[in-house]
Design a protein around this ligand. Structure first.
Ligand code: ATP
Ligand code: MG
Length: 373
């Protein structure tokens, strides 16, 4: 799909405006704090109905306003097939979110997820590598919810059961009461872990190739480190058995500490630089190495979209070449030009920072939230 029209109302500092977006994409060039990242945030909102920057919905409403609305028209490539209109609105008062696809509200919000098939590249992605394990779980959850049927449902069930089980443990309820939750905890949790394990295994070699290409030869791989011992394998039943056994082993400890200590909510993903010693990028990597790992993650995310949804992802790039050395920038550029052939919407503070599709993308300006197209 290509985003061919965007309608913005009271979103952050952006002027309320109607924009026709060229099929090849656009480069939005403007000074700091004019609204470039806000523009990409508004677009990506139509993919996940959340801010890719982790902001709360009420923070996205323009100051002193109550409601924002973003709507996008998605047109199939080569104009064969019907265009789809996805819209999302949020009201601060009452905290109401309304999503529509072609004017109709889906039964569940999750039915409308992922229509854009977009991926965002941003310098802030380095947080996925740098910050605590919950950032990496969040990344996995978004990618898998959007691309693996059934994942989101399992995750939601897991979260709900976990909450109830934790409440029972915290209350000091007897073990039999806690155990009541175990069947659904194991069923949903095993599904989540199995899908995470499979995905990381499936993208491992592509991740390594991307990393090696950008770094100029060094290799790095992601490794899934579940809290449950999954050495028996990743078949759903095997994972469920391992999870159940693990829970039995930690039962006394859980009663003591008053919380669930095993399961996908305690998973970790590490990235190791391969060499004489495998070094964790998070502990030993340089700034550039961490950024490269984050970029490789986004590239495998794009490849996942391509494979799972059978469409070229729309690439949103927020000032991606900030702070990278010339060699790395050059190699990233080659890689993106080669791999990402869909629509590209990018932002840059200066014309000279427009690197991807330099000669092709129309230029737009932005000043104080007004896009000059
Ligand atoms: P940079 O080049 O520094 O990354 P940018 O063009 O990407 O800048 P944005 O992050 O899009 O800038 O932010 C532009 C401005 O939007 C900020 O100055 C911020 O104060 C303002 N802003 C953020 N949230 C809101 C909101 N809810 N209502 C109005 N303005 C907002
Ligand atoms: Mg920005």
């Amino acid at each position: 799909m290509r985003l061919t029209h965007l309608s913005i109302r009271r979103f952050r500092n952006l002027d309320s405006q109607e924009l026709d977006i060229p099929p090849e994409g656009v480069a939005l060039v403007g000074e700091n704090a004019q609204g470039k990242s806000n523009f990409l945030e508004a677009i990506y909102y139509l993919e996940t109905f959340r801010s890719f920057r982790g902001a709360r919905d009420d923070q996205l409403v323009a100051f002193d306003e109550d409601v924002f609305r973003v709507a996008g028209r998605l047109t199939p490539p080569d104009d064969d097939g019907r265009a789809v209109e996805v819209a999302a609105a949020f009201q601060k008062k009452g905290r109401r979110k309304k999503v529509t696809v072609d004017g109709a509200e889906p039964d569940r919000l999750s039915d409308a997820l992922g229509r854009l098939a977009a991926v965002v590249f941003s310098p802030a992605d380095v947080a996925i590598v740098n910050e605590g394990p919950s950032e990496r779980r969040r990344f996995l959850d978004i990618v898998l919810s959007l691309n693996v049927p059934g994942y989101l449902r399992a995750l939601q069930e897991y979260r709900q059961v976990l909450q109830q089980r934790n409440a029972a443990l915290k209350d000091g309820q007897p073990s039999a009461m806690v155990r009541l939750w175990d069947d659904s905890l194991v069923r949903s949790g095993a599904r989540v872990m199995a899908e995470r394990a499979r995905w990381i295994d499936a993208v491992r070699s592509d991740f390594n190739d991307y990393y090696a290409e950008v770094s100029g030869g060094q290799t790095a791989v992601p490794t899934y480190r579940p809290s449950v011992d999954l050495r028996g394998g990743w078949e759903l039943d095997t994972v469920a058995d391992a999870y159940r056994e693990g829970l039995a082993e930690v039962a006394d400890r859980e009663l003591r500490v008053g919380t669930t200590v095993l399961g996908p909510h305690r998973d970790e993903v590490t990235f190791s630089l391969e060499g004489d010693q495998d070094l964790d990028v998070r502990d030993y990597g340089s700034g550039g190495q961490r950024r490269t790992a984050a970029l490789a993650l986004r590239l495998v995310e794009a490849a996942t979209i391509r494979e799972a949804r059978g469409q070229e992802p729309i690439v949103l790039m927020d000032d991606v070449f900030a702070e990278l050395d010339a060699g790395r920038s050059e190699r990233i550029l080659d890689l993106i030009e080669r791999e990402e052939t869909g629509q590209v919407i990018l932002t840059a503070p200066k014309e000279s920072d427009v690197k991807v599709r330099r000669d092709v993308l129309p230029r737009w300006g932005i000043q104080g939230g007004r896009i000059l197209s």
